[in-house]
Write a protein that binds this ligand. Sequence first.
Ligand SMILES: Nc1ncnc2c1ncn2[C@@H]1O[C@H](COP(=O)(O)OP(=O)(O)OP(=O)(O)O)[C@@H](O)[C@H]1O
Ligand SMILES: [Mg+2]
Length: 71
Amino acid sequence: MQIIAIPTNKGGVLKTSITTNLAGALSLNKKVLIIDTDNQGNVLVSLGNNPDSVEQTLYNVLVDDLDPPEY
Ligand SMILES: Nc1ncnc2c1ncn2[C@@H]1O[C@H](COP(=O)(O)OP(=O)(O)OP(=O)(O)O)[C@@H](O)[C@H]1O
Ligand SMILES: [Mg+2]
């Protein structure tokens, strides 16, 4: 497994766009898991999901020990 992190504090520099496009390209022949630690949840929306459908967040996985949901 390879881990690719795309972190920077600066806003609006294409973190989310790079993440979703890179994941899309890699998913052509690899299994890809995106972990979005940005509490704006922009990856979820970028991939066509409704933010109102979110019942739990990364907080619940890390703190409440719940299994990650699939979207
Ligand atoms: N190819 C492109 N050409 C021009 N603008 C683009 C392109 N791709 C993305 N953008 C725009 O650039 C802006 C910043 O992109 P993005 O949301 O990926 O950055 P970010 O670093 O994740 O931002 P934030 O800090 O708000 O999370 C967005 O408004 C997006 O629509
Ligand atoms: Mg972003």
